[in-house]
Design a protein around this ligand. Sequence first.
Ligand SMILES: NC(=O)c1ccc[n+]([C@@H]2O[C@H](COP(=O)([O-])OP(=O)(O)OC[C@H]3O[C@@H](n4cnc5c(N)ncnc54)[C@H](O)[C@@H]3O)[C@@H](O)[C@H]2O)c1
Ligand SMILES: N[C@H](CO)Cc1c[nH]c[nH+]1
Ligand SMILES: [Zn+2]
Length: 434
Amino acid sequence: MTIDIRRFSSDQADFSAQMDALLAWEAVSDHQVQQIVTDILADVKKRGDAAVVEYSNRFDHLHAQSMSELELGQEQLQQALDTLPQAQRDALLKAAERVRSYHEKQKQDSWQYREADGTLLGQKVTPMDRVGIYVPGGKAAYPSSVLMNAIPAHVAGVNEIIMVVPTPGGELNQLVLAAAAVAGVNRVFTIGGAQAVAALAYGTDTVPGVDKIVGPGNIFVATAKRQVFGTVGIDMIAGPSEILVVCDGKTDPDWIAMDLFSQAEHDEDAQAILVSPDAGFLDQVKASIDKLLPDMQRADIIRASLTGRAALIKVADMDEAMEVTNRIAPEHLELSVEDPQALLPQIRHAGAIFMGRHTSEALGDYCAGPNHVLPTSGTARFSSPLGVYDFQKRSSLIMCSPDGASELGQVASVLARGEQLEAHARSAEYRIKK
Ligand SMILES: NC(=O)c1ccc[n+]([C@@H]2O[C@H](COP(=O)([O-])OP(=O)(O)OC[C@H]3O[C@@H](n4cnc5c(N)ncnc54)[C@H](O)[C@@H]3O)[C@@H](O)[C@H]2O)c1
Ligand SMILES: N[C@H](CO)Cc1c[nH]c[nH+]1
Ligand SMILES: [Zn+2]
């Protein structure tokens, strides 16, 4: 059975319209979800632990009497790590080590410099005190995402990392707990949804309030994060996964088909796109897709994703492939070509760029080192992968020498009087040398 994937070519008259249709996707958060979330947030803010326990019992089918039953101790995390099958433990530790050493390079340091008159200017970098990491529950719980969210926070020097993860039916995911142990998570609460976001944002008697909440989740979680933004910081609101592969037609078509599947299998709304100047190669990849799909474990999800939002795009040449790429601004970009370095200068918008035929996106999801939390839905035009910098903040430093204060005072005074702010002007003028 062949699968029906959108296919078009840049020499078609309606190419631009085809591209617009490809990019049309918006997260739906209907009015009802907004209201449910608003009510849960208000209730947790008012009643704290009692409300969190009630919502957790209702939505996750638990029977907890108090919040203390919804916290896991460090020994449970360590035990999860100790009892993992050796191969999984080794892989987790290896991945964590590589993610940590990559992120070490992102650390920003404080700096200062002195001007000729002795005035000192600078920037002081400080980690956040406490951050919250949301880990989705159920089938979508990814231990790799625990590493990708917690390790940068740890490297930044965050004092306390609080993880929340719902456990529908009370079922614990041992790999997630083991990843929390490896990544240096300080406390874990088995709560989820809007009530977990509220507990982190406002704090309760048991759950400490945090400064920033990161991590993906379903529509209730995403809506709650948007609503608490301002009280706390948040990371991006992640959309469905995306992959765009640019191929010169010389990579094994089975490899490319599987790379497209690798993001399509995340969910029905995921997007997989192949761009090539070689029409015959697009035919070959299509044949590989039809051949490989029936045996995939998540064939139904992949099929839904490929028939819904995927595309095979024929372009005139690599220059045009780069234009298409920049227009889409994909979360993941694979350059499956002989000389990816040659294309790099033309790429302006992409979350992560996987260079060369051997660099499958899946390696980046787990263990290459860079973060797998990336901007989606075209937001790579203005945002970046999650990193250490998301857990650090900056304070400006200014220390004027008497000469510096005198000189700057004259400038400030003129500007302040232009704004009709007398106190500003006089405060500056007091420091002008007579
Ligand atoms: N982008 C990424 O990197 C990434 C990674 C993993 C998961 N995800 C996304 O995370 C999501 C996981 O979803 P999930 O539902 O399995 O787990 P989740 O943890 O996001 O949500 C579960 C919680 O939702 C709340 N909830 C469920 N139904 C509710 C209702 N009717 N009213 C109020 N609250 C309700 C409950 O409190 C429950 O604990 C998926 O949307 C998946 O796409 C994204
Ligand atoms: N590709 C996902 C982010 O877009 C991350 C992930 C986790 N596990 C596998 N993949
Ligand atoms: Zn993935």
